[in-house]
Design a binder for this molecule. Structure first.
Ligand code: NAP
Length: 242
């Protein structure tokens, strides 16, 4: 059994990644924090594609929840290991710096930065032992370019882009690749409050992207064929920023 874990797999880009990885033969662990109904819907979509998986609840920013959930899964599946990790869970708490609250600052960093540490560290040892692993971090245009109103989010995503490069060099010898995917504006719950008609004027492709377009890039980076690509961040942004 080839197993993949997608954090934040219940909705949006994580859902599309779960379905795409299932199409590629993965048994998919669909992580969610609170929205069990949507996580079950993702699992249903995975099964409709002829795949299988299960939902797995934990808050990526809570070390104990992460480690307990992963240990419980490992204990129940001796001999299996999670060979693909998509660190996708994320939130936005946009605010200009002068009005930024500590809570807005910390919540974004906890989920994006600490979540990356807790989940990745929990899965890395078996990948290194088995000499095969694929880690894909969902970052953002905001982490490459910096966007006003998003100092918290740009910091967190920019930090993960740098950590992707660092970790890639730590683990490359063991057949584990670490890459980032940086979406621009993608049509999900996270962007539903944005004015698409206005914003798309700035996008050379003249439209928001679809979650499936991001998932296709993730699936490629998770494939065996992508084994010599590591430490990279690939933009999926309709030409918005190059
Ligand atoms: P979304 O539709 O808002 O979905 C967010 C997902 O993350 C949900 O599955 C949610 O679970 C999960 N999640 C949130 N906090 C979590 C936590 N603490 N622990 C575990 N799961 C958690 O977001 P999206 O647009 O698909 O974004 C996915 C990723 O792409 C994020 O990292 C985001 O920053 C990045 N991104 C998105 C865009 C875009 O335009 N949409 C652009 C650039 C980057 P529940 O369902 O349980 O709440």
């Amino acid at each position: 059994m080839k197993v993949a874990l997608v954090t934040g797999g219940s909705r949006g880009i994580g859902r599309a990644c779960s379905v795409k990885l299932a199409e590629q033969g993965y048994y998919v662990l669909i992580n969610y924090q609170s929205n069990e109904t949507e996580a079950q819907n993702t699992l249903q979509m995975v099964r409709e594609k002829g795949g299988d998986g299960e939902i797995i609840k934990f808050n990526v920013a809570d070390q104990e929840q992460v480690e307990t959930a992963i240990k419980n899964w490992q204990d129940a599946h001796a001999g299996e290991y999670i060979e693909v990790l998509v660190n996708n869970a994320g939130i936005r708490r946009d605010q200009i710096m002068v009005f930024m609250t500590n809570e807005e600052w910390r919540s974004v960093i906890d989920i994006t930065v600490n979540g990356f540490l807790y989940v990745t560290r929990a899965l890395l040892t078996p990948m290194l032992r088995k000499k095969f692993g694929r880690i894909v971090n969902m970052v953002s245009l905001s982490g490459l370019k910096g966007l006003p109103g998003q100092t918290n989010y740009s910091l967190a995503k920019g930090g993960i882009i740098a950590a992707t490069k660092a970790l890639a060099q730590e683990v490359a010898r063991k057949g584990v690749t670490v890459n980032g995917v940086a979406p621009g504006f993608i049509r999900t719950d996270m962007t539903k409050d944005l004015d698409e008609a206005e914003l798309k004027k700035q996008i050379p492709a003249n439209r928001f992207g679809e979650p499936e377009e991001v998932a296709a890039t993730v699936a490629f980076l998770c494939s065996k064929e992508a084994g010599y690509i590591t430490g990279q961040t690939i933009s999926v942004n309709g030409g918005l920023y190059t």
